[in-house]
Structure formats: C-alpha cells, structure tokens
Design a protein. Structure first.
Length: 479
C-alpha cells in the first residue's frame, strides 16, 4: 500500500522577492567586526547551553542583537529562565508583532570523543558548520536574526503596520517552568503578538510516489500535547523473596502495565490528520491519491498500512510509551515495597486529558496504583491554515522553491508554540530550507552540522513573508 509510503518521509523530526531585499543577507557585527552567518553561528555554538545552563549563550546572543541596533527587552536573566526580545521597534510602541521564536538551550552532546569535530568548537569548513545546536536551534536562530536585521535595514524610518521581533527563550528541550512559559505568563501583553513563527520541518522529498523528486514543505499548525505520568504502587509484604506472596508491588505494577500496553492503540481520525491525507492525495493523484483523498471510505486499508510505521501512526493515535520502571532495589532476595513507572503520553489535538486518564485507569484495572500528572501541556486549538499569515508564508515558499508543494501539517512532538496557541495567538512551525535527510539524522545526535547554504536560503523566504505582511507584495505575486 503506497499511501503510507507517500507520507513516510514527511515527519522525520516528526519541511524573486522585490522591495528592499538584498542579494546577500547583511553582515552581522560582532565585537565591532562584520561577520558572515556561518562565522556568527560558530561563535554562538562555542557557548554550551544545555537546558538549565543558558545564561552565557544567552548573553552572547543578546549582546549581538544589541550591537546590531535591535531594541532589547530582557524577560528573565537566570539559567533556566534566560529570555529576551530583540525588535526593530521598541515593544512599548505597541505595534502588533511578528515574532520569530527560537530557543537558546540544546540537548547534551553525549561522549564528545566520538564526534568528528568537537561539539562546542563551532568548526566551520568550506561548506558546513559543525557543533551541538548547529540546526536545533542555534542555526535556526541565525536564520531568524538575519531576517530581523534585514527588516530593520529595510524599514528604518518608515511607518509599518507590524513590529518584527526575535524572541529567544530557555529550556525548550526539557519544558521547564521558565522559558516560553514564563514569557507568556508575564510578557504576552507587551509582546502583542500578531503571529509567532517557530522551528519546524524543512523540505522533504520522496514523499509522493508519482513525483518523488518534488519538495514538500510542511507548515505545522498544531502539535500533539505531552502528558507525562508517574505511576506508583505500594504493597506491604514480609520483605523476603524466598516466599512469593500473592500480591507484591513489582507484580502489581508489571501486571497493570501489561494490561495497558499489550493492547494496540486505537487509530483515530481527526480533522487535522484527515486534512493531511487529503492534501497529499491531491498531490499524489492516481489510485493512491484517490484512496488518500477518501480516508474514511478506505479506513481499514489505510489504518492497516499506517500501523506498520510508528512514526506515521503517531499522527493517528494517542500514544503511551513506558520510559521508566523502578523499585529502588538492587538486592535480589528482597521484595521492594514500592514500584514506580513513568509514562510519556502524547495526545492528539483536541483530546480530553481527563477522558484519556479515565480510559488508562480502566485498562490498568488496579485501583491501588496512584497516578500523578508530572506535566500537562495546555489544551490548544490548531492555528488556521486560512490565516493570512499562513497564506503569506505558503506563497513565499512557493515563490522561492518553484514546483514545490506546501502542506498544513501537525507534529507528534510538542513545542513552545503551543503556549501561544493556548492564548489564541496564531503560531506556525516552519524552517523554509532544503536540508538533506543525512543532516536531519544528526539533529539530537552526534556530529550535528548544517550546510552554509541554508543560512542564506531561509532568510530569503522569511523576508518575502515579511514583505507580504507589510503589504509590499500581494499574495501570489512573483515580482
């Protein structure tokens, strides 16, 4: 069945203008010297910024923004909550704001000795930049910063309908109480966001069976919501393993988890995943396209194929993953009185957490197991692909990448954009660049690196997007 193959590559992370645009992005000044984007990214990478230790890297980026003339608004100064806005107009001016959101923190670089280039050396070769965060998310921040500085140069001294802001936040990778959550709770009114653009998928190919070379850019309008749970059960026993009691903590936990996990998760159609199938069906055409355009008619056939690929089926189900199991006991002949388990649950948009938890309790069928919610993301409505901002971004991508396709998608992983969506702010995830799968495989892995080219491709698309927002270019224009 080719319908599942058609969308296999769309979620591995599970993607001319006119006016004042320059042929090359403006050089960025650092310590009084003009530097190109690869060199600035290299300097940024040299500041390790694993989640909870962002201050040094944040100071570097904030100082860089200030040196290049942006208006700085600090929104947290400590590790774990170092955030700031850098805008082409002061936030106090009250203009509706087009915000480019990025995060300062990175995931750890496990075993640096195995990297081809040291993870925090910021090695620049003739064609690539290497290091932790090269793409996620320091490279994306450079693409956004170049865009904001281009807007600053283009609209200096002119009346404009929107401010343009780079918003850098902490602890996106571990979703702590600081970072974007703190910013939204304390500075949303000052930011006055009209739209937020954040990290998302680059272009992908080999999606369509009939047109495998065609690039498809996904613009994410929603994401699954994380619900992290701790299960705990305590049972008093004699404590010695020589006599097996009828009931003890480890057995109760394992039995309940078996009931919970052995049954296949139910496939669920939602407006979002049905829309995705229909969009791809229109691109695919032929018999495969017909099947995908009518997913409810061919539900048994489609679901059977989707189940074969977990990264795809995650978009059609509420998932439960056992990530931890512990009884805090290393003595073989002792019965631990308590057993705990950790579950990473990801809920489809518009799923009720309360109803999900009720079903989970019924399936475990053990009232002695206590469930603690460790983290629950706020429920959000998807951003509309009918939004003018979505249309502007989609049109900008098509203008720069001729014969490409654009699809509204949603992602299986969560991001800070959901915090803005929960307040009714349109938020879209897209990094409009071409990036070979070999580079994507290195994100959150050893040897993370990117080609120089994407640091120049991305700002071109974002600049056209801003021009459309400012009213310089009509949607659909290629002038």
């Amino acid at each position: 069945m080719r319908a599942a193959t058609t969308i296999r590559y769309l979620f591995p992370l599970l993607l001319l203008s006119s006016g004042y645009f320059h042929a090359q992005p403006p050089a960025i000044r650092h310590l009084g010297q003009p530097l190109d984007l690869p060199s600035v990214l290299s300097e940024y990478i040299k500041y390790p910024s694993v989640s909870g230790s962002e201050k040094a890297a944040g100071d570097f980026l904030r100082t860089l923004c200030a040196e290049n003339g942006l208006h700085i608004t600090p929104m947290g100064e400590a590790d774990g909550n170092y955030n700031f806005a850098a805008s082409i107009r002061p936030l106090e001016a009250g203009l509706p704001n087009i915000i480019f959101l990025n995060h300062i923190d990175v995931v750890p670089a496990e075993d640096p000795s195995t990297w081809e280039h040291p993870p925090y050396a910021g090695t620049v070769t003739e064609t690539e930049v290497w290091g932790r965060g090269a793409f996620d998310n320091k490279g994306v921040a450079m693409i956004q910063l170049s865009t904001v500085l281009e807007a600053q140069a283009s609209y200096r001294g002119q009346p404009i309908p929107y401010n343009v802001t780079l918003l850098a936040v902490s602890c996106e990778e571990n979703q702590c109480a600081g970072g974007a959550r703190y910013v939204v709770e304390n500075y949303l009114q000052l930011l006055n966001p009209a739209v937020v653009i954040g990290e998302g998928p680059p272009a992908v190919t080999e999606v369509l069976r009939r047109f495998p070379e065609r690039e498809i850019f996904g613009i994410s309008v929603a994401h699954k919501n994380a619900l992290w749970l701790k299960l705990e059960v305590s049972v008093e026993t004699t404590g010695h393993g020589s006599i097996t009691p009828l009931k003890y903590a480890n057995r109760e936990m394992v039995t309940a988890l078996n009931r919970l996990l052995r049954k296949r998760q139910r496939g669920i159609y939602t407006d979002l995943n049905v829309s995705l199938l229909r969009q791809l069906g229109r691109m695919e055409k032929g018999v495969t396209g017909f099947v995908m355009k009518h997913p409810r008619m061919f539900r048994p056939l489609l679901m059977a194929q989707l189940r074969k690929q977990p990264e795809i089926f995650a978009l059609f189900s509420n998932t439960i993953t056992l990530t931890g199991l512990d009884s805090r006991n290393e003595v073989v002949n002792i019965l631990a009185p308590t057993a705990t388990a950790l579950l990473d649950c990801r809920l489809l948009p518009m799923t009720s957490p309360e109803k999900f938890l009720a079903r989970l309790e019924r399936r475990m069928n053990n009232p002695d197991i206590r469930i603690t919610v460790l983290k629950q993301m706020p429920e959000t409505l998807p951003s509309s692909p009918r939004s003018p901002f979505f249309q502007y971004l989609s049109a900008s991508i098509r203008e720069h990448y001729l014969d490409s396709e654009v699809a509204s998608i949603f992602l299986p992983s969560s991001s800070d954009l959901g915090l803005f969506r929960s307040h009714g702010v349109p938020a879209f995830a897209s990094v409009p660049v071409r990036l070979d799968r070999s580079y994507l495989d290195r994100v959150h892995n050893r040897d993370e690196h990117i080609p120089h080219a994407i640091l120049h491709e991305g700002p071109k698309v974002y600049t056209t997007f801003l021009q459309k927002c400012m009213g310089e270019i009509n949607v659909g224009s290629t002038n």
